[in-house]
Ligand binder design. Structure first.
Ligand code: PLP
Length: 456
Protein backbone atom coordinates (compact mmCIF):
# COMPACT_ATOMS: atom_id res chain seq x y z
CA UNK A 1 0.00 0.00 0.00
CA UNK A 2 1.43 3.41 -0.92
CA UNK A 3 1.56 6.25 1.61
CA UNK A 4 -1.21 7.98 -0.33
CA UNK A 5 -3.40 4.88 -0.04
CA UNK A 6 -3.04 4.52 3.70
CA UNK A 7 -3.55 8.26 4.24
CA UNK A 8 -6.76 8.01 2.22
CA UNK A 9 -7.88 5.05 4.33
CA UNK A 10 -7.03 6.82 7.62
CA UNK A 11 -8.81 9.89 6.31
CA UNK A 12 -12.02 8.01 5.45
CA UNK A 13 -11.93 6.11 8.74
CA UNK A 14 -11.15 8.92 11.15
CA UNK A 15 -11.50 12.45 9.83
CA UNK A 16 -14.83 14.33 10.15
CA UNK A 17 -14.43 17.00 7.45
CA UNK A 18 -16.31 20.32 7.55
CA UNK A 19 -18.78 21.24 4.78
CA UNK A 20 -18.54 17.76 3.24
CA UNK A 21 -20.99 15.08 2.09
CA UNK A 22 -20.05 12.75 4.95
CA UNK A 23 -21.58 9.55 3.61
CA UNK A 24 -20.07 9.89 0.15
CA UNK A 25 -16.66 10.66 1.55
CA UNK A 26 -16.75 7.77 4.01
CA UNK A 27 -17.67 5.44 1.11
CA UNK A 28 -14.64 6.69 -0.83
CA UNK A 29 -16.79 8.35 -3.54
CA UNK A 30 -15.03 11.68 -3.11
CA UNK A 31 -11.23 11.57 -3.14
CA UNK A 32 -8.91 12.42 -0.29
CA UNK A 33 -6.66 15.24 -1.44
CA UNK A 34 -3.44 15.56 0.53
CA UNK A 35 -1.74 18.93 0.12
CA UNK A 36 1.91 18.96 1.05
CA UNK A 37 3.72 22.20 0.24
CA UNK A 38 3.03 25.64 -1.20
CA UNK A 39 4.77 28.75 -2.49
CA UNK A 40 3.46 32.02 -3.93
CA UNK A 41 0.12 31.25 -5.61
CA UNK A 42 0.88 27.52 -6.04
CA UNK A 43 0.13 24.55 -3.81
CA UNK A 44 1.51 21.06 -4.35
CA UNK A 45 -0.11 17.75 -3.47
CA UNK A 46 1.58 14.50 -2.43
CA UNK A 47 1.55 13.27 -6.02
CA UNK A 48 3.65 16.26 -7.07
CA UNK A 49 0.81 18.08 -8.87
CA UNK A 50 1.43 21.83 -8.80
CA UNK A 51 -1.89 23.70 -8.68
CA UNK A 52 -2.48 27.42 -9.14
CA UNK A 53 -4.67 28.30 -6.17
CA UNK A 54 -6.98 30.98 -7.53
CA UNK A 55 -9.06 30.94 -4.33
CA UNK A 56 -6.21 31.48 -1.81
CA UNK A 57 -7.35 28.50 0.27
CA UNK A 58 -10.69 29.82 1.46
CA UNK A 59 -10.00 33.40 0.36
CA UNK A 60 -7.55 33.75 3.19
CA UNK A 61 -3.91 33.27 2.13
CA UNK A 62 -3.79 36.88 0.99
CA UNK A 63 -0.02 37.36 1.22
CA UNK A 64 0.58 34.13 -0.74
CA UNK A 65 2.07 30.85 0.43
CA UNK A 66 5.51 30.14 1.88
CA UNK A 67 6.27 33.59 3.23
CA UNK A 68 9.43 33.21 5.30
CA UNK A 69 8.89 36.57 7.02
CA UNK A 70 5.71 35.17 8.59
CA UNK A 71 6.93 31.64 9.33
CA UNK A 72 10.11 33.01 10.95
CA UNK A 73 8.03 35.30 13.17
CA UNK A 74 5.86 32.32 14.20
CA UNK A 75 8.93 30.18 14.97
CA UNK A 76 10.56 32.94 16.96
CA UNK A 77 7.43 33.59 19.02
CA UNK A 78 6.90 29.85 19.64
CA UNK A 79 10.48 29.57 20.89
CA UNK A 80 10.28 32.65 23.11
CA UNK A 81 6.76 32.31 24.51
CA UNK A 82 4.29 29.91 22.91
CA UNK A 83 1.40 30.91 25.14
CA UNK A 84 0.19 33.22 27.78
CA UNK A 85 -3.38 34.38 28.24
CA UNK A 86 -4.72 37.88 27.74
CA UNK A 87 -7.22 38.04 30.62
CA UNK A 88 -7.16 40.92 33.14
CA UNK A 89 -4.70 43.14 31.34
CA UNK A 90 -2.14 40.51 30.29
CA UNK A 91 -0.57 40.75 26.88
CA UNK A 92 2.53 40.06 24.86
CA UNK A 93 4.63 42.32 22.73
CA UNK A 94 3.04 40.70 19.67
CA UNK A 95 -0.60 41.06 20.77
CA UNK A 96 -0.23 44.65 21.96
CA UNK A 97 1.66 45.61 18.79
CA UNK A 98 -0.92 43.91 16.59
CA UNK A 99 -3.82 45.70 18.30
CA UNK A 100 -2.07 49.01 17.57
CA UNK A 101 -1.35 48.03 13.96
CA UNK A 102 -5.01 47.13 13.42
CA UNK A 103 -6.29 50.38 14.92
CA UNK A 104 -3.73 52.36 12.90
CA UNK A 105 -5.27 50.86 9.75
CA UNK A 106 -8.93 50.93 10.86
CA UNK A 107 -11.41 53.75 10.12
CA UNK A 108 -11.07 56.79 12.41
CA UNK A 109 -14.21 56.03 14.47
CA UNK A 110 -12.80 52.67 15.68
CA UNK A 111 -11.47 52.33 19.22
CA UNK A 112 -10.41 48.82 20.35
CA UNK A 113 -9.99 45.27 19.06
CA UNK A 114 -11.14 42.08 20.80
CA UNK A 115 -9.28 39.01 19.51
CA UNK A 116 -10.83 35.66 18.65
CA UNK A 117 -9.74 32.76 16.49
CA UNK A 118 -12.04 32.67 13.45
CA UNK A 119 -14.75 34.68 11.74
CA UNK A 120 -17.55 32.69 13.36
CA UNK A 121 -16.47 33.30 16.94
CA UNK A 122 -15.80 36.98 16.17
CA UNK A 123 -19.38 37.40 14.96
CA UNK A 124 -20.68 35.53 18.03
CA UNK A 125 -18.71 38.06 20.10
CA UNK A 126 -20.25 40.94 18.14
CA UNK A 127 -23.80 39.81 18.84
CA UNK A 128 -23.09 39.38 22.55
CA UNK A 129 -21.45 42.80 22.74
CA UNK A 130 -24.43 44.40 21.03
CA UNK A 131 -26.90 42.73 23.37
CA UNK A 132 -24.80 43.86 26.35
CA UNK A 133 -24.64 47.38 24.85
CA UNK A 134 -28.42 47.65 24.64
CA UNK A 135 -28.89 46.23 28.14
CA UNK A 136 -26.50 48.84 29.52
CA UNK A 137 -28.40 51.54 27.63
CA UNK A 138 -31.64 50.32 29.24
CA UNK A 139 -33.13 48.98 25.99
CA UNK A 140 -33.74 45.33 26.87
CA UNK A 141 -36.00 44.61 23.88
CA UNK A 142 -33.64 45.99 21.24
CA UNK A 143 -31.99 42.67 20.41
CA UNK A 144 -32.85 41.33 16.95
CA UNK A 145 -30.15 41.25 14.30
CA UNK A 146 -30.92 41.77 10.62
CA UNK A 147 -28.85 39.86 8.11
CA UNK A 148 -29.24 39.43 4.35
CA UNK A 149 -30.29 36.32 2.45
CA UNK A 150 -27.09 34.99 0.84
CA UNK A 151 -24.94 36.56 3.57
CA UNK A 152 -22.30 34.33 5.18
CA UNK A 153 -21.28 35.05 8.75
CA UNK A 154 -20.17 31.69 10.12
CA UNK A 155 -21.45 28.34 11.32
CA UNK A 156 -22.13 28.78 15.05
CA UNK A 157 -25.58 29.01 16.64
CA UNK A 158 -26.11 32.73 16.15
CA UNK A 159 -23.68 33.08 13.27
CA UNK A 160 -25.13 30.07 11.42
CA UNK A 161 -28.46 31.84 11.87
CA UNK A 162 -27.06 35.11 10.53
CA UNK A 163 -25.81 33.21 7.51
CA UNK A 164 -28.59 33.49 4.93
CA UNK A 165 -27.92 30.25 3.07
CA UNK A 166 -30.36 27.40 3.47
CA UNK A 167 -27.69 24.69 3.57
CA UNK A 168 -26.42 26.13 6.84
CA UNK A 169 -29.88 26.10 8.44
CA UNK A 170 -31.29 22.82 7.15
CA UNK A 171 -31.86 20.25 9.93
CA UNK A 172 -29.98 22.38 12.47
CA UNK A 173 -33.04 24.17 13.90
CA UNK A 174 -31.67 27.51 12.67
CA UNK A 175 -32.14 30.42 12.40
CA UNK A 176 -32.66 31.30 16.05
CA UNK A 177 -35.55 33.70 16.62
CA UNK A 178 -33.42 36.80 17.30
CA UNK A 179 -32.15 36.72 13.71
CA UNK A 180 -34.21 38.05 10.80
CA UNK A 181 -33.31 38.31 7.12
CA UNK A 182 -33.77 40.88 4.41
CA UNK A 183 -33.18 40.96 0.67
CA UNK A 184 -29.70 40.53 -0.81
CA UNK A 185 -28.46 43.35 -3.08
CA UNK A 186 -28.22 40.94 -5.99
CA UNK A 187 -29.03 43.03 -9.06
CA UNK A 188 -28.45 40.25 -11.58
CA UNK A 189 -31.19 38.11 -9.95
CA UNK A 190 -33.67 40.96 -9.39
CA UNK A 191 -37.30 39.95 -9.94
CA UNK A 192 -38.29 43.11 -11.76
CA UNK A 193 -36.11 43.28 -14.86
CA UNK A 194 -37.28 46.81 -15.66
CA UNK A 195 -35.56 48.14 -12.53
CA UNK A 196 -32.42 50.23 -13.02
CA UNK A 197 -29.64 49.76 -10.44
CA UNK A 198 -30.80 52.79 -8.50
CA UNK A 199 -34.43 51.62 -8.58
CA UNK A 200 -33.25 48.24 -7.32
CA UNK A 201 -31.37 49.94 -4.46
CA UNK A 202 -34.57 51.83 -3.60
CA UNK A 203 -36.38 48.47 -3.61
CA UNK A 204 -33.81 46.93 -1.18
CA UNK A 205 -34.19 49.96 1.06
CA UNK A 206 -37.99 49.69 0.97
CA UNK A 207 -37.73 45.98 1.92
CA UNK A 208 -35.51 46.89 4.86
CA UNK A 209 -37.83 49.69 5.96
CA UNK A 210 -40.84 47.42 5.90
CA UNK A 211 -39.02 44.72 7.90
CA UNK A 212 -38.08 47.34 10.51
CA UNK A 213 -41.65 48.56 10.62
CA UNK A 214 -43.01 45.02 11.00
CA UNK A 215 -40.60 44.06 13.79
CA UNK A 216 -40.41 47.50 15.43
CA UNK A 217 -37.15 49.48 15.61
CA UNK A 218 -37.26 49.10 19.42
CA UNK A 219 -36.69 45.38 18.90
CA UNK A 220 -33.83 45.61 16.41
CA UNK A 221 -30.25 46.01 17.60
CA UNK A 222 -28.09 45.68 14.51
CA UNK A 223 -27.69 44.96 10.82
CA UNK A 224 -24.81 42.78 9.64
CA UNK A 225 -23.46 42.63 6.09
CA UNK A 226 -20.39 41.80 4.06
CA UNK A 227 -19.32 44.77 1.91
CA UNK A 228 -19.33 42.29 -1.01
CA UNK A 229 -21.42 39.14 -0.52
CA UNK A 230 -18.85 36.31 -0.52
CA UNK A 231 -20.00 32.73 -0.06
CA UNK A 232 -23.45 33.86 -1.24
CA UNK A 233 -22.01 34.07 -4.76
CA UNK A 234 -19.43 36.91 -4.80
CA UNK A 235 -21.88 39.73 -5.39
CA UNK A 236 -20.70 43.36 -5.21
CA UNK A 237 -23.53 45.73 -4.26
CA UNK A 238 -25.11 48.08 -6.78
CA UNK A 239 -23.94 51.68 -6.77
CA UNK A 240 -25.27 53.64 -3.79
CA UNK A 241 -26.48 50.59 -1.84
CA UNK A 242 -24.40 51.03 1.32
CA UNK A 243 -25.04 54.76 1.70
CA UNK A 244 -28.78 54.17 1.37
CA UNK A 245 -28.78 51.27 3.88
CA UNK A 246 -26.67 53.23 6.36
CA UNK A 247 -29.13 56.14 6.26
CA UNK A 248 -32.05 53.85 7.20
CA UNK A 249 -30.10 52.25 10.05
CA UNK A 250 -29.07 55.63 11.47
CA UNK A 251 -32.68 56.81 11.37
CA UNK A 252 -33.75 53.85 13.51
CA UNK A 253 -30.69 53.78 15.80
CA UNK A 254 -29.66 50.34 14.54
CA UNK A 255 -25.94 49.49 14.72
CA UNK A 256 -24.07 48.38 11.60
CA UNK A 257 -21.64 45.45 11.70
CA UNK A 258 -19.39 45.26 8.64
CA UNK A 259 -18.34 41.63 8.30
CA UNK A 260 -14.95 42.17 6.68
CA UNK A 261 -13.65 38.63 7.19
CA UNK A 262 -13.05 38.39 3.43
CA UNK A 263 -12.68 42.06 2.49
CA UNK A 264 -10.59 43.29 5.47
CA UNK A 265 -6.91 44.10 4.88
CA UNK A 266 -7.01 44.68 1.19
CA UNK A 267 -9.02 42.24 -0.93
CA UNK A 268 -10.95 45.06 -2.63
CA UNK A 269 -7.78 47.10 -3.21
CA UNK A 270 -8.45 49.25 -0.13
CA UNK A 271 -7.67 48.44 3.50
CA UNK A 272 -11.36 47.85 4.36
CA UNK A 273 -14.48 47.30 2.29
CA UNK A 274 -16.39 49.92 4.27
CA UNK A 275 -13.77 52.45 3.16
CA UNK A 276 -14.15 51.20 -0.42
CA UNK A 277 -17.91 51.76 -0.42
CA UNK A 278 -17.85 54.85 1.80
CA UNK A 279 -19.88 53.72 4.81
CA UNK A 280 -19.08 53.77 8.51
CA UNK A 281 -19.53 50.65 10.64
CA UNK A 282 -20.02 50.47 14.41
CA UNK A 283 -18.21 47.12 14.59
CA UNK A 284 -15.92 45.50 12.01
CA UNK A 285 -15.32 41.74 11.92
CA UNK A 286 -11.84 40.69 10.78
CA UNK A 287 -10.22 37.28 10.38
CA UNK A 288 -8.72 35.56 7.33
CA UNK A 289 -6.51 38.34 5.92
CA UNK A 290 -5.34 39.42 9.38
CA UNK A 291 -2.73 36.64 9.38
CA UNK A 292 -3.15 35.49 5.76
CA UNK A 293 -4.22 32.22 7.49
CA UNK A 294 -0.71 31.42 8.72
CA UNK A 295 -2.33 31.06 12.14
CA UNK A 296 -5.99 31.27 13.23
CA UNK A 297 -6.87 34.76 14.44
CA UNK A 298 -9.92 37.00 14.24
CA UNK A 299 -11.04 40.26 15.73
CA UNK A 300 -14.00 42.45 16.55
CA UNK A 301 -13.01 46.08 16.08
CA UNK A 302 -15.40 48.20 18.10
CA UNK A 303 -16.11 51.87 17.57
CA UNK A 304 -15.78 54.59 20.17
CA UNK A 305 -19.57 54.76 20.42
CA UNK A 306 -19.83 51.07 21.40
CA UNK A 307 -16.68 51.04 23.52
CA UNK A 308 -17.86 53.88 25.78
CA UNK A 309 -20.99 51.92 26.66
CA UNK A 310 -18.99 48.72 27.29
CA UNK A 311 -16.75 50.66 29.70
CA UNK A 312 -19.80 52.04 31.47
CA UNK A 313 -21.16 48.48 31.69
CA UNK A 314 -18.11 47.19 33.51
CA UNK A 315 -18.15 50.12 35.93
CA UNK A 316 -21.72 49.13 36.76
CA UNK A 317 -21.42 45.32 36.63
CA UNK A 318 -17.80 44.30 37.05
CA UNK A 319 -15.51 42.61 34.52
CA UNK A 320 -17.03 41.66 31.19
CA UNK A 321 -17.98 37.98 31.25
CA UNK A 322 -16.67 37.10 27.81
CA UNK A 323 -13.31 35.46 27.18
CA UNK A 324 -11.56 32.78 25.12
CA UNK A 325 -8.46 30.93 26.34
CA UNK A 326 -6.76 31.61 23.03
CA UNK A 327 -7.81 35.24 22.60
CA UNK A 328 -4.74 37.13 21.31
CA UNK A 329 -2.69 33.91 21.22
CA UNK A 330 0.95 35.09 20.97
CA UNK A 331 1.88 32.85 18.03
CA UNK A 332 -1.14 34.00 16.03
CA UNK A 333 -0.51 37.62 16.97
CA UNK A 334 3.13 37.31 15.83
CA UNK A 335 1.85 35.94 12.51
CA UNK A 336 -0.51 38.93 12.25
CA UNK A 337 2.23 41.49 12.91
CA UNK A 338 4.55 39.93 10.31
CA UNK A 339 1.71 39.57 7.80
CA UNK A 340 0.48 43.17 8.02
CA UNK A 341 4.04 44.40 7.77
CA UNK A 342 4.70 42.23 4.71
CA UNK A 343 1.51 43.44 3.04
CA UNK A 344 2.73 47.03 3.50
CA UNK A 345 6.32 46.32 2.47
CA UNK A 346 5.34 44.57 -0.76
CA UNK A 347 2.52 46.98 -1.53
CA UNK A 348 0.20 43.99 -1.88
CA UNK A 349 -3.05 45.92 -1.46
CA UNK A 350 -2.29 48.05 -4.50
CA UNK A 351 -1.48 44.83 -6.38
CA UNK A 352 -4.80 43.30 -5.29
CA UNK A 353 -6.54 46.38 -6.73
CA UNK A 354 -4.69 46.54 -10.04
CA UNK A 355 -4.26 42.82 -10.85
CA UNK A 356 -7.78 42.19 -9.53
CA UNK A 357 -9.14 44.77 -12.00
CA UNK A 358 -7.07 43.14 -14.76
CA UNK A 359 -8.43 39.68 -13.87
CA UNK A 360 -12.03 40.91 -13.88
CA UNK A 361 -11.59 42.77 -17.15
CA UNK A 362 -9.88 39.83 -18.85
CA UNK A 363 -12.56 37.40 -17.64
CA UNK A 364 -15.24 39.71 -19.08
CA UNK A 365 -13.48 40.10 -22.43
CA UNK A 366 -13.00 36.34 -22.73
CA UNK A 367 -16.41 35.07 -21.63
CA UNK A 368 -19.05 37.80 -21.77
CA UNK A 369 -20.43 36.63 -25.13
CA UNK A 370 -20.83 32.99 -24.15
CA UNK A 371 -24.56 32.13 -24.22
CA UNK A 372 -24.39 30.18 -20.95
CA UNK A 373 -22.56 32.92 -19.08
CA UNK A 374 -25.14 35.12 -17.40
CA UNK A 375 -22.98 37.41 -15.32
CA UNK A 376 -19.31 38.13 -14.70
CA UNK A 377 -18.77 40.33 -11.69
CA UNK A 378 -16.21 41.22 -9.10
CA UNK A 379 -14.34 43.87 -7.21
CA UNK A 380 -10.63 43.98 -6.43
CA UNK A 381 -9.24 40.46 -6.11
CA UNK A 382 -12.70 38.86 -6.18
CA UNK A 383 -14.34 37.59 -9.35
CA UNK A 384 -17.29 35.33 -10.14
CA UNK A 385 -18.78 33.77 -13.25
CA UNK A 386 -22.45 32.80 -13.05
CA UNK A 387 -23.80 30.28 -15.55
CA UNK A 388 -27.34 30.25 -16.97
CA UNK A 389 -29.15 27.72 -19.14
CA UNK A 390 -30.23 30.47 -21.47
CA UNK A 391 -29.25 34.09 -21.10
CA UNK A 392 -31.96 35.63 -23.26
CA UNK A 393 -34.87 33.92 -21.54
CA UNK A 394 -33.09 34.09 -18.13
CA UNK A 395 -33.50 30.37 -17.53
CA UNK A 396 -31.35 29.34 -14.60
CA UNK A 397 -29.67 26.05 -13.79
CA UNK A 398 -30.72 24.04 -10.75
CA UNK A 399 -28.07 23.43 -8.11
CA UNK A 400 -28.51 19.73 -8.99
CA UNK A 401 -27.14 20.44 -12.50
CA UNK A 402 -23.81 21.01 -10.76
CA UNK A 403 -22.49 23.28 -13.51
CA UNK A 404 -20.16 25.13 -11.12
CA UNK A 405 -18.61 21.89 -9.77
CA UNK A 406 -18.20 20.57 -13.33
CA UNK A 407 -16.45 23.73 -14.53
CA UNK A 408 -14.17 23.85 -11.49
CA UNK A 409 -13.34 20.13 -11.93
CA UNK A 410 -12.42 20.80 -15.58
CA UNK A 411 -10.24 23.77 -14.53
CA UNK A 412 -8.41 21.49 -12.15
CA UNK A 413 -8.00 18.44 -14.36
CA UNK A 414 -7.14 20.29 -17.58
CA UNK A 415 -5.03 23.18 -16.34
CA UNK A 416 -4.36 22.57 -12.64
CA UNK A 417 -6.13 25.77 -11.63
CA UNK A 418 -8.25 25.88 -8.47
CA UNK A 419 -11.47 27.91 -8.65
CA UNK A 420 -14.23 27.50 -6.09
CA UNK A 421 -17.58 26.03 -7.04
CA UNK A 422 -19.74 28.30 -4.90
CA UNK A 423 -22.47 26.53 -2.86
CA UNK A 424 -25.25 27.77 -5.19
CA UNK A 425 -24.10 25.25 -7.83
CA UNK A 426 -24.07 27.63 -10.81
CA UNK A 427 -21.27 30.03 -9.90
CA UNK A 428 -17.51 29.67 -9.86
CA UNK A 429 -15.48 32.07 -7.78
CA UNK A 430 -11.94 33.40 -7.87
CA UNK A 431 -10.17 35.07 -4.95
CA UNK A 432 -6.45 34.65 -5.56
CA UNK A 433 -3.62 35.69 -3.25
CA UNK A 434 -2.81 39.40 -3.62
CA UNK A 435 0.60 38.58 -5.15
CA UNK A 436 -1.01 37.17 -8.33
CA UNK A 437 0.78 38.50 -11.43
CA UNK A 438 -0.90 39.51 -14.69
CA UNK A 439 0.65 36.43 -16.37
CA UNK A 440 -0.91 34.22 -13.70
CA UNK A 441 -4.23 36.02 -14.16
CA UNK A 442 -3.97 35.28 -17.92
CA UNK A 443 -3.45 31.62 -17.08
CA UNK A 444 -6.54 31.57 -14.84
CA UNK A 445 -8.67 33.19 -17.56
CA UNK A 446 -7.41 30.89 -20.35
CA UNK A 447 -8.04 27.85 -18.15
CA UNK A 448 -11.55 29.07 -17.37
CA UNK A 449 -12.37 29.60 -21.06
CA UNK A 450 -11.16 26.05 -21.81
CA UNK A 451 -13.14 24.57 -18.90
CA UNK A 452 -16.32 26.41 -19.91
CA UNK A 453 -15.91 25.11 -23.50
CA UNK A 454 -15.43 21.56 -22.20
CA UNK A 455 -18.51 21.58 -19.97
CA UNK A 456 -20.89 23.82 -21.94
N1 PLP B 1 -17.75 35.92 7.82
C1 PLP B 1 -17.45 35.84 6.52
C2 PLP B 1 -17.77 36.99 5.63
C3 PLP B 1 -16.85 34.69 6.00
O1 PLP B 1 -16.59 34.60 4.70
C4 PLP B 1 -16.54 33.64 6.89
C5 PLP B 1 -15.90 32.42 6.39
O2 PLP B 1 -15.74 32.20 5.21
C6 PLP B 1 -16.89 33.77 8.24
C7 PLP B 1 -17.48 34.93 8.68
C8 PLP B 1 -16.63 32.66 9.20
O3 PLP B 1 -15.28 32.55 9.44
P1 PLP B 1 -14.66 31.19 10.02
O4 PLP B 1 -14.85 30.15 8.98
O5 PLP B 1 -13.23 31.57 10.27
O6 PLP B 1 -15.38 30.90 11.27
Amino acid sequence: MSTNDFLAEWDRDNFFHPSTHLAQHARGETPTKVIKTASGVYIEDRDGNRLLDAFAGLYCVNAGYGRKEITDAIAQQAGELAYYHSYVGHGTEASITLAKMILDRAPANMSKVYFGLGGSDANETNVKLIWYYNNILGRPTKKKIISRWRGYHGSGLVTGSLTGLELFHKKFDLPVEQVIHTEAPYYFRRENLDQSESEFVAHCVAELESLIEREGADNIAAFIGEPVLGTGGIVPPPEGYWAAIQAVLKKHDILLIADEVVTGFGRLGTMFGSEHYGFEADIITIAKGLTSAYAPLSGSIVSDKVWKVLEQGTDENGPIGHGWTYSAHPICAAAGVANLKLIDDLNLIANAGSVGAYLNQSMKSALADHPQVGDIRGEGMLCAVEFVKDRDSRTFYDAADKIGPQVSAALLSQDKVIARAMPQGDIIGFAPPFCLSEQEADKVVAATVRAVKTVL
